[in-house]
Design a protein around this ligand. Structure first.
Ligand code: PLP
Length: 452
């Protein structure tokens, strides 16, 4: 939300308010206050219309790995636009860019993931995974096996099925979600929810027990899959405690329940490894990627799957004569060409290594801010982190106020509840990490002076 300001008639702000219905805002507040118009980008920075520079501390929406003016991506898009601006993958057709990217994804992802299906957003991808899971259960003659487990505070998008797997009340309220096939287990938020004296491992075991209880209550034969972000992003950057994924996977294996790793934020280096599945020893049946796959320069998402997941679906499509699903833009040639070039840049510039190398400095910077009178605790992994603030009675009020102070200081972040979430472009340097932390410190000082 922007600061109070006068909005000139016919200005871009005024026309924005007049014509555009924005996502993820209070629409009445937007009508009154408008938004901050971002005009251009350069490296880790974006600039508003007045020329004021901001560090994009959330890489847009956790997504712009290579920064905001990567010419190679613009060049590849232009070349592909000229050669073949559009083609599709329906009806026994294919084109080079989507084949090249599918091959690359299979090469760089965990070895058992062998097939790729393209969509255009994280929500679309997760929604389709739900459909694939249902299709597959029918193919296997298990029509009862349809329920999907998500987690409270988990985020998997906003389409009807993906939005139902999401466990965030704001994404459900008045939308008549979640669908009743979707159920939710606990959030592995150790710092907030651990019992007195409980170790991380004990907490993880308790999370796994809660999952098992839920499965037994619902009937194991009715549960097809669990979705999880290796590190929860939109729920407020929640890093799982020691032993969590191991314990969860053991329960899923016991009841023959598929695991879908939603790597939409974590994928392509964010946690210091190419995929967070490697970071946590997760062996998913399906891995969903988006965002950093193309640095969001073009809308793109990719679903990677194992042979065991793919084969029953392929058999069923053969039985029916078609896999009756696809989008006009599935595997779009410009998007997939940009995605491939983006991954080449991530590799050539060793941005995954950069995230791993800067992790210590980034997390130490957040840790140092814990002693600020406005702060409680910090958390993070690789180049994704959060600082929890001392809130007021109204959850989120402090977070919003902090976000406004940070904007003043030239740092764009996302406040989730009363946590300040950071996920800067992966090209960030050590000096720029310091610059970001200095802006955090100045903003917290200003926040301390604010009357709430
Ligand atoms: N999954 C995760 C983990 C996400 O963080 C997001 C978006 O933030 C999505 C899915 C949905 O992606 P999209 O906004 O592209 O639909």
């Amino acid at each position: 939300m922007s600061q109070s300001k006068t909005i000139a008639p016919n200005s871009i702000e005024a026309r924005d308010i007049a014509y555009q219905f924005h996502p993820s805002v209070d629409l009445r507040v937007y009508e009154e206050k408008g938004g901050l118009i971002i005009d251009r980008g350069e490296g880790i920075y974006v600039f508003d219309q007045s020329g004021k520079r901001y560090i994009e501390g959330l890489a847009g929406l956790w997504s712009v790995a290579v920064g905001f003016n990567e010419k190679r991506l613009a060049d590849v898009a232009y070349a592909q636009m000229q050669k073949l601006p559009y083609y599709h993958s329906f009806n026994y057709k294919a084109h080079g860019p989507s084949v090249d990217l599918a091959e690359k994804l299979v090469q760089i992802s965990p070895a058992h993931l062998t097939k790729v299906h393209f969509t255009s957003s994280g929500s679309e991808a997760n929604d389709l995974v739900v459909k694939m899971i249902w299709y597959r259960s029918n193919a296997l003659g298990l029509p009862e096996k349809k329920k999907i487990i998500g987690r409270v505070k988990g985020y998997h998008g906003v389409t009807i099925a993906a939005g139902s797997v999401t466990g965030i009340p704001a994404n459900h309220g008045s939308f008549d979600l979640p669908l009743d096939r979707m159920i939710h287990t606990l959030t592995p938020d150790y710092p907030r929810d651990h019992l007195d004296g409980e170790t991380e491992e004990q907490f993880s075991a308790r999370m796994a027990e809660a999952l098992e209880e839920l499965i037994l209550k619902e009937g194991p034969e009715t549960i097809a899959a669990m979705f999880g972000e290796p590190v929860m992003g939109a729920g407020g950057v929640i890093v799982p405690p020691e032993g969590y994924w191991e314990a969860i996977q053991a329960v899923l294996r016991k009841y023959d329940i598929l695991l879908v790793a939603d790597e939409v934020i974590c994928g392509f280096g964010r946690t210091g490894k190419m995929f967070a599945c490697e970071t946590f020893g997760i062996t998913p049946d399906v891995m969903v990627t988006s965002k950093q796959i193309s640095s969001s320069y073009m809308p793109l998402s990719a679903i990677l799957m194992s042979d065991e997941f793919y084969n029953p679906i392929a058999d069923e499509s053969h039985r029916l004569g078609v896999f009756g699903h696809g989008y006009t833009a599935s595997g779009h040639p410009v998007a997939t060409a940009v995605g491939l070039e983006n991954i080449k840049i991530i590799e050539e510039r060793d941005l995954v290594g950069n995230a791993a190398r800067l992790e210590g400095q980034f997390l130490a910077g957040l840790k140092a801010l814990e002693s600020h009178p406005m702060a409680l605790w910090s958390r993070g992994l690789g180049l994704i982190g959060a600082l929890e603030l001392k809130g007021t009675e109204k959850v989120g009020q402090m977070g919003q106020a902090a976000q406004a102070c940070l904007l003043e200081e030239g740092l764009i972040v996302r406040a989730i509840g009363d946590a300040i979430c950071l996920c800067p472009p992966m090209i960030i340097t050590a000096e720029q990490v310091d610059e970001m932390m200095a802006a955090m410190k100045r903003a917290l000082d200003a926040l301390a002076e604010t009357d709430l």
